[in-house]
Design a binder for this molecule. Structure first.
Ligand code: NAP
Length: 282
């Protein structure tokens, strides 16, 4: 049986560290603040925003919530972001995606000050990740690296396969594994003979978004299997990975829920702390 990579445990250790540092800054009169903007009433986004607020409360970060009507215009949203860019109490700004169709996501992300871009989606932060000269890392891929480090899983020289090439998960995940000297292959919907590639993976990350996508015949015995997927199947939250069958052959595996998900928010807290430290010359 595989060893379970417990994202709740790892996220607790990261959040404890953040809480200690936030408390230390507060003793020096420095507060840490995160602004979260939600446009519209998408139920999943509402849950994510609530979870982020609760995480802020738990680590002592002040959260500023902006719940905007679905009809909010792009100009109105960008104008709010500009105000937050110059608000000294706000160290990080997060605009919950997806945005309604009439708003250009890239234009909104571009409006966020790169110094407050705690999701690391701004083009200048994306470029810095490519160069390996970054202050913020995108939350989900960085959370996965935290899990691997926590469990002492070495990346150097390993065959790493990432399924999925989105800007928020797949591509930055591949880049972070590359920075750690993994030998990285990125797969996507046009990849041929996918299972031949995945069966060579020492570290296999699935970020596809389809329940039951990764089956046991696609996994090498002893591999590290990271399940990023968050899907609903028969009303239940599940990942991309057929957990029961793969946990019999993988060396390590993340569960869903309780794997990658909790790490995403913990890294967001850590990024907000980093932003506050940089903005205060620490
Ligand atoms: P996305 O933008 O929809 O990307 C999905 C990727 O999967 C695409 O690159 C797509 O390839 C690829 N794909 C689809 N079908 C495939 C197939 N048959 N074979 C190989 N590749 C295939 O999704 P995302 O935003 O990266 O998210 C992926 C999953 O992670 C979703 O379930 C999402 O909810 C979850 N997620 C979880 C967290 C967390 O905190 N746990 C955070 C973010 C996302 P093409 O590019 O060719 O279309």
């Amino acid at each position: 049986m595989s060893k379970i990579l417990d994202g709740k445990l790892v996220s607790k250790s990261l959040k404890d560290k953040v809480a200690q540092e936030v408390a230390a800054l507060s003793e020096d009169g420095i507060t840490v603040g995160l602004a979260v903007i939600l446009v519209g009433d998408d139920p999943a986004s509402q849950i994510y925003v609530n979870n982020k607020k609760n995480a802020c409360d738990a680590v002592g970060i002040k959260s500023f919530e902006y719940r905007l009507d679905a009809n909010t215009t792009q100009d109105e949203l960008i104008s709010l972001i500009k105000t937050l860019n110059s608000d000294k109490d706000v160290n990080g700004i997060l605009c919950q995606l997806p945005l309604p169709n009439h708003i250009d996501e890239q234009a909104v992300i571009a409006a966020i000050s790169p110094q407050k871009d705690v999701d690391a989606f701004h083009i200048s932060n994306v470029g810095r990740i490519m160069l390996g000269n970054f202050e913020f890392l995108p939350c989900t891929p960085a959370g996965i690296i935290h899990i691997l480090d926590f469990y002492g899983i070495d990346i150097e020289g390993k065959n790493c396969v990432v399924i999925g090439r989105s800007n928020i998960v797949g591509k930055p995940m591949a880049m972070l594994l590359l920075h750690r000297n993994g030998t990285v292959t990125i797969c996507h919907s046009k990849t041929k003979c996918l299972s031949e590639i995945t069966r060579n993976a020492d570290i296999l990350v699935s970020a596809v978004g389809k329940a039951g996508f990764l089956t046991a015949d696609m996994v090498k015995k002893g591999a590290v299997v990271i399940d990023v997927g968050m899907n609903r199947y028969n009303g239940k939250l599940c990942g991309d990975v057929c957990f029961e069958e793969i946990s019999k052959i993988a060396g390590y595996i993340t569960p869903v829920p309780g794997g990658v998900g909790p790490m995403t928010i913990a890294v967001l807290m850590n990024n907000t702390l980093t932003a506050a430290k940089i903005q205060n010359g620490r």
